[in-house]
Design a protein around this ligand. Structure first.
Ligand code: UD1
Ligand code: UDP
Length: 383
């Protein structure tokens, strides 16, 4: 029996973990035992437990309850907690998702005590080291034994950084296995799309009309913490929703809710509050999010995951960042980079609304990335 420890912590990791846990339950229950460690990076019910309950993820076996804090204190508390658990459990692999502080904490804890690391979402790069996520993902990739990239671009980024693709089993941290296997989030979106359609009431509850509203999310630290960028984004959202009379639903990340009033000038903040077309709501569950993505006309976001999900559901996307790791969707002309520039956001909204010829070829795999990952871990263990 292969024993793996999975680290979850931030919202997107909890959701991603559902895909692998489901693959283990359905196809590898006799071969793989998963132990889940929640770092506690996200802790509000609507940022954490809602996903565990809704997506059928087993309850975490451990919760480190680290909570919020500066990068150093948050990450170091996680490293200490994870190391202790790894020393007790002695798993065959530590499975890490994405690029958060929970990811890098796991990588540092495991690599020093020689627990092989599996990195899911390897190879993604923004080429912007001002992002904490860029540091986290580079460092995690370079300590990993099995690297699973969701896209060809990610796979090629790894090759450009010196990873060999002709290594053979058994893979090790010095001779890692690098794979382009598709995206576990695509597995999830396919799996949960039908369930969301049946169970979610988010469209009705928010008085939205199908295909006539925009879904927006904002939480990237360089947007929330910079008053100028945050104002520019909200001015654009206010313009699109009020002048263009298009409803926008904005499930707001707690990071943004906590700072919005302080970082926007009073006049703009009052306009937003009084604007009936801009519906600011609390973070929603994943099934509600999928229902919103499936039924909106466009997505405007700075989220990594939400840009990609827009593409899965064939919706154009305005990206509120200066670059993206998901370059395929921009090259495909399904998404436009507008940064935090009010005029560019409005122009991108118009251009994408008018373009009736956007194509969405399948570039995120076949919906079976999680099964491939499980099988590869097993094969490596047996060799
Ligand atoms: C983190 C990740 C980011 C990811 C995002 C997903 C890092 C460095 N960043 O950013 O890559 O895109 O998660 O959502 O790991 N807060 C709450 N309740 C919660 C969680 C957070 O109120 O349950 C508030 C706290 O004020 C906290 C702030 O949000 O200080 C930021 O949380 P944190 O986990 O540090 O970073 P995120 O911005 O969520
Ligand atoms: N998400 C959600 N509810 C929300 C906002 C986002 O379920 O209110 C989901 C979204 O569908 C995606 C993931 O959370 O799967 C993305 O997380 P987030 O935007 O917080 O982080 P990022 O992907 O940018 O790291």
């Amino acid at each position: 029996m292969l024993k793996i420890v999975t680290i979850i912590g931030a919202r997107p990791q909890i959701i991603k973990a559902a895909a692998l846990s489901r693959a283990i339950k359905n196809h590898f229950a006799n071969n793989i035992k998963e132990i889940i460690v929640h770092t506690g990076q996200h802790y509000d019910t609507n940022m954490s437990q809602v996903f565990i309950d809704e997506l059928g993820i087993p309850q975490p076996d451990y919760n480190l309850n680290v909570g919020s804090g500066g990068h150093a204190s948050q990450t170091s508390d996680m490293i200490i907690g994870i190391e202790g658990i790894l020393q007790d459990i002695k798993p065959d692999y530590l499975v890490l998702y994405g690029d958060t502080n929970s990811t890098i904490a796991g990588a540092l804890a495991a690599s020093k005590i020689h627990i092989p690391i599996v990195h899911i979402e390897a190879g993604l790069r923004s080429f912007n080291k001002l992002m904490p996520e860029e540091i986290n993902r580079i460092m995690c990739d370079h300590t990993s034994t099995l690297l699973f990239s969701p896209t060809l671009t990610g796979y090629n980024n790894l090759i450009n950084e010196g990873f060999e693709t002709h290594n053979t089993r058994p893979y090790t941290a010095d001779k890692p296995g690098v794979f382009h296997c598709g995206d576990v989030m695509y597995d999830n979106s396919l799996y949960f799309a039908g369930v969301a359609e049946q169970q979610s009431r988010v469209i009705e509850d928010n008085n939205l009309i199908k295909n006539k509203f925009i879904l927006s999310t904002i939480h990237r630290n360089n947007n929330t913490d910079d008053p100028e960028r945050l104002s520019s984004i909200f001015e654009a959202l206010n313009h699109i929703s009020s002048v263009e009379e298009t409803d926008i639903i904005l499930p707001l990340h707690p990071r943004t809710s906590k700072i919005i009033e302080q970082n926007l000038d009073k006049a703009l903040y009052s306009k937003l509050i009084a604007n009936p077309h801009l519906k600011i709501v609390k973070p929603v569950s994943f099934l509600d999010m999928i229902a919103l993505e499936k039924n909106c006309s466009m997505v405007i976001t700075d989220s990594g995951g939400v840009q990609k999900e827009a593409y899965y559901f064939k919706k154009p996307c305005v990206i509120l960042r200066s670059e993206t790791e998901w370059v395929e969707i921009v090259n495909q002309k399904a998404a436009r980079i507008a940064n935090a520039d009010k005029e560019l956001i409005i122009e991108s909204y118009h251009r994408l609304s008018e373009d009736k010829n956007i194509k969405y070829p399948e570039i995120f795999g076949d919906g079976k990335a999680s099964e491939f990952i499980c099988q590869t871990m097993l094969d490596n263990q047996l060799s």
